[in-house]
Design a protein around this ligand. Structure first.
Ligand SMILES: Nc1nc2c(c(=O)[nH]1)N[C@H]1C(S)=C(S)[C@@H](COP(=O)(O)O)O[C@H]1N2
Ligand SMILES: [Mo]
Length: 197
Protein backbone atom coordinates (compact mmCIF):
# COMPACT_ATOMS: atom_id res chain seq x y z
CA UNK A 1 0.00 0.00 0.00
CA UNK A 2 1.23 3.50 -0.74
CA UNK A 3 0.09 6.47 1.26
CA UNK A 4 0.51 10.19 0.79
CA UNK A 5 -0.47 12.22 3.80
CA UNK A 6 -1.74 15.74 4.24
CA UNK A 7 0.67 18.49 3.34
CA UNK A 8 2.29 16.67 0.43
CA UNK A 9 0.95 16.73 -3.09
CA UNK A 10 -1.90 18.75 -4.48
CA UNK A 11 -0.63 21.90 -2.83
CA UNK A 12 2.75 22.25 -4.54
CA UNK A 13 1.46 25.17 -6.62
CA UNK A 14 1.02 27.23 -3.49
CA UNK A 15 4.25 27.03 -1.52
CA UNK A 16 2.76 29.20 1.20
CA UNK A 17 0.49 26.33 2.17
CA UNK A 18 3.25 23.73 2.25
CA UNK A 19 4.60 24.34 5.69
CA UNK A 20 2.99 25.16 9.00
CA UNK A 21 3.46 28.67 10.40
CA UNK A 22 6.95 29.50 11.66
CA UNK A 23 8.63 26.64 9.77
CA UNK A 24 11.32 26.78 7.08
CA UNK A 25 12.01 24.03 4.57
CA UNK A 26 15.32 22.21 4.73
CA UNK A 27 16.87 19.64 2.40
CA UNK A 28 19.08 18.37 5.22
CA UNK A 29 18.02 15.78 7.73
CA UNK A 30 19.13 17.22 11.08
CA UNK A 31 19.72 14.80 13.94
CA UNK A 32 18.07 15.75 17.23
CA UNK A 33 18.73 13.38 20.10
CA UNK A 34 18.76 14.01 23.82
CA UNK A 35 21.47 11.43 24.36
CA UNK A 36 23.74 8.98 22.59
CA UNK A 37 22.42 6.68 19.89
CA UNK A 38 21.59 3.36 21.55
CA UNK A 39 22.82 0.36 19.62
CA UNK A 40 19.93 -2.03 19.20
CA UNK A 41 20.60 -4.89 16.87
CA UNK A 42 17.72 -6.54 15.14
CA UNK A 43 18.37 -9.92 16.80
CA UNK A 44 17.65 -8.40 20.20
CA UNK A 45 15.08 -5.83 19.12
CA UNK A 46 11.61 -6.21 20.50
CA UNK A 47 8.52 -4.06 20.46
CA UNK A 48 5.97 -4.42 23.24
CA UNK A 49 2.50 -2.99 23.64
CA UNK A 50 1.17 -2.94 27.19
CA UNK A 51 -2.46 -2.27 27.96
CA UNK A 52 -4.07 -0.97 31.15
CA UNK A 53 -5.22 -4.51 32.05
CA UNK A 54 -1.62 -5.73 32.16
CA UNK A 55 -1.87 -7.56 28.86
CA UNK A 56 1.25 -7.46 26.72
CA UNK A 57 1.73 -7.96 23.00
CA UNK A 58 5.27 -8.44 21.68
CA UNK A 59 6.91 -8.52 18.29
CA UNK A 60 10.41 -9.64 17.42
CA UNK A 61 12.15 -8.06 14.43
CA UNK A 62 11.19 -11.01 12.21
CA UNK A 63 7.60 -10.76 13.36
CA UNK A 64 7.54 -7.06 12.55
CA UNK A 65 8.98 -7.80 9.11
CA UNK A 66 6.28 -10.38 8.47
CA UNK A 67 3.51 -7.81 8.96
CA UNK A 68 2.13 -5.92 5.96
CA UNK A 69 4.22 -2.82 5.30
CA UNK A 70 3.15 0.52 3.87
CA UNK A 71 5.10 3.10 1.89
CA UNK A 72 4.41 6.54 3.24
CA UNK A 73 5.24 9.93 1.73
CA UNK A 74 4.85 12.76 4.18
CA UNK A 75 6.17 16.08 5.43
CA UNK A 76 7.82 16.26 8.86
CA UNK A 77 7.97 19.29 11.12
CA UNK A 78 10.41 19.81 13.98
CA UNK A 79 9.58 22.26 16.74
CA UNK A 80 13.03 23.83 16.17
CA UNK A 81 11.46 25.29 12.97
CA UNK A 82 12.70 22.98 10.24
CA UNK A 83 10.34 21.09 8.01
CA UNK A 84 11.29 18.46 5.47
CA UNK A 85 8.87 17.88 2.61
CA UNK A 86 7.99 14.70 0.81
CA UNK A 87 10.00 12.31 2.93
CA UNK A 88 9.44 8.64 2.13
CA UNK A 89 9.26 5.89 4.71
CA UNK A 90 8.36 2.23 4.92
CA UNK A 91 6.87 0.69 7.99
CA UNK A 92 3.97 -1.02 9.68
CA UNK A 93 0.83 0.96 10.40
CA UNK A 94 -0.20 1.16 14.04
CA UNK A 95 -3.65 0.04 12.82
CA UNK A 96 -1.99 -3.27 11.91
CA UNK A 97 -0.07 -3.53 15.18
CA UNK A 98 -3.11 -2.68 17.28
CA UNK A 99 -5.51 -4.96 15.40
CA UNK A 100 -5.63 -7.45 18.28
CA UNK A 101 -4.99 -4.98 21.10
CA UNK A 102 -8.01 -4.37 23.26
CA UNK A 103 -7.94 -1.20 25.28
CA UNK A 104 -10.22 1.46 26.60
CA UNK A 105 -7.34 3.80 27.42
CA UNK A 106 -7.20 7.16 25.64
CA UNK A 107 -3.46 7.84 25.73
CA UNK A 108 -0.24 6.11 24.81
CA UNK A 109 3.25 6.65 26.17
CA UNK A 110 5.88 5.74 23.60
CA UNK A 111 9.10 4.40 25.18
CA UNK A 112 12.44 4.27 23.44
CA UNK A 113 15.59 2.27 23.93
CA UNK A 114 17.75 4.78 25.80
CA UNK A 115 14.89 6.04 27.96
CA UNK A 116 13.18 8.73 25.88
CA UNK A 117 9.41 8.94 26.23
CA UNK A 118 6.65 10.89 24.52
CA UNK A 119 2.87 10.92 25.01
CA UNK A 120 0.31 10.77 22.21
CA UNK A 121 -3.48 10.34 22.28
CA UNK A 122 -4.37 6.84 21.06
CA UNK A 123 -6.68 8.21 18.40
CA UNK A 124 -3.73 10.08 16.86
CA UNK A 125 -1.94 6.80 16.31
CA UNK A 126 -4.86 5.13 14.51
CA UNK A 127 -6.67 5.53 11.18
CA UNK A 128 -3.56 5.71 9.03
CA UNK A 129 -1.84 8.40 11.06
CA UNK A 130 1.21 6.60 12.44
CA UNK A 131 3.71 3.87 11.64
CA UNK A 132 6.58 1.91 13.09
CA UNK A 133 9.02 2.96 10.39
CA UNK A 134 12.16 1.01 9.50
CA UNK A 135 13.15 2.41 6.10
CA UNK A 136 13.83 5.98 5.07
CA UNK A 137 14.19 6.96 1.40
CA UNK A 138 14.43 3.29 0.45
CA UNK A 139 17.24 2.40 2.85
CA UNK A 140 17.22 0.81 6.30
CA UNK A 141 16.64 3.56 8.86
CA UNK A 142 20.01 4.83 10.07
CA UNK A 143 20.72 4.42 13.79
CA UNK A 144 21.04 8.19 14.35
CA UNK A 145 17.54 8.62 12.94
CA UNK A 146 16.05 5.90 15.12
CA UNK A 147 17.04 2.64 13.45
CA UNK A 148 16.25 -0.10 13.54
CA UNK A 149 12.72 1.30 13.96
CA UNK A 150 11.05 4.49 15.10
CA UNK A 151 7.57 5.77 15.61
CA UNK A 152 6.41 8.07 12.81
CA UNK A 153 3.52 10.40 13.67
CA UNK A 154 3.99 13.05 11.00
CA UNK A 155 0.91 15.17 11.70
CA UNK A 156 2.40 16.16 15.09
CA UNK A 157 5.74 17.87 15.74
CA UNK A 158 8.58 15.45 15.15
CA UNK A 159 9.48 15.07 18.84
CA UNK A 160 6.42 12.77 19.03
CA UNK A 161 8.10 10.39 16.56
CA UNK A 162 10.10 8.40 19.11
CA UNK A 163 13.33 7.01 17.73
CA UNK A 164 14.52 3.50 18.75
CA UNK A 165 10.98 2.57 19.66
CA UNK A 166 10.69 -0.28 22.13
CA UNK A 167 7.28 0.02 23.74
CA UNK A 168 3.84 1.58 23.64
CA UNK A 169 2.06 1.73 26.99
CA UNK A 170 -1.65 2.52 27.24
CA UNK A 171 -2.43 5.20 29.80
CA UNK A 172 -5.78 6.40 31.14
CA UNK A 173 -4.39 9.91 31.69
CA UNK A 174 -2.26 12.12 29.49
CA UNK A 175 1.05 11.90 31.35
CA UNK A 176 3.87 14.07 29.97
CA UNK A 177 6.82 12.39 28.27
CA UNK A 178 10.40 13.65 28.19
CA UNK A 179 10.02 16.91 26.24
CA UNK A 180 6.48 17.47 27.47
CA UNK A 181 7.89 17.51 31.04
CA UNK A 182 10.45 20.05 29.86
CA UNK A 183 8.08 22.67 28.54
CA UNK A 184 6.93 21.28 25.21
CA UNK A 185 3.22 21.20 24.44
CA UNK A 186 1.27 18.10 25.49
CA UNK A 187 -0.18 17.60 21.98
CA UNK A 188 2.04 19.43 19.49
CA UNK A 189 -0.03 20.28 16.40
CA UNK A 190 2.38 22.10 14.04
CA UNK A 191 -0.48 23.79 12.13
CA UNK A 192 -1.61 25.40 15.41
CA UNK A 193 1.98 26.12 16.49
CA UNK A 194 1.54 24.13 19.69
CA UNK A 195 5.25 24.31 20.48
CA UNK A 196 5.47 24.99 24.20
CA UNK A 197 3.06 24.85 27.08
N1 LIG B 1 14.37 8.25 21.39
C1 LIG B 1 14.34 9.52 20.96
N2 LIG B 1 13.43 9.86 20.04
C2 LIG B 1 13.39 11.14 19.61
C3 LIG B 1 14.26 12.13 20.11
C4 LIG B 1 15.21 11.73 21.08
O1 LIG B 1 16.01 12.53 21.57
N3 LIG B 1 15.22 10.41 21.48
N4 LIG B 1 14.18 13.43 19.67
C5 LIG B 1 12.90 13.84 19.07
C6 LIG B 1 12.99 15.11 18.41
S1 LIG B 1 12.98 16.51 19.35
C7 LIG B 1 12.98 15.19 17.05
S2 LIG B 1 12.88 16.69 16.26
C8 LIG B 1 13.13 13.99 16.22
C9 LIG B 1 14.41 14.10 15.44
O2 LIG B 1 14.54 12.99 14.60
P1 LIG B 1 15.82 12.93 13.68
O3 LIG B 1 17.01 12.97 14.58
O4 LIG B 1 15.68 11.68 12.90
O5 LIG B 1 15.76 14.17 12.79
O6 LIG B 1 13.17 12.80 16.97
C10 LIG B 1 12.38 12.77 18.12
N5 LIG B 1 12.45 11.46 18.68
MO1 LIG C 1 12.56 18.29 17.80
Amino acid sequence: MSIVTRGFGGRRDDPGDDVPPGQFVTQDFPVLSTGPTPSVDEAHWQLAVHTETGAAHRWSWDELMSLPAEDVTTDIHCVTHWSKLGTTWRGVSLDTLFADVETSADFVMAHSYGGYTTNVPLQDLLDGQSWVAYEFEGEPLEPVHGGPARLLVPHLYFWKSAKWLRGLVMEDDDQPGFWESNGYHAYGDPWLEQRYS
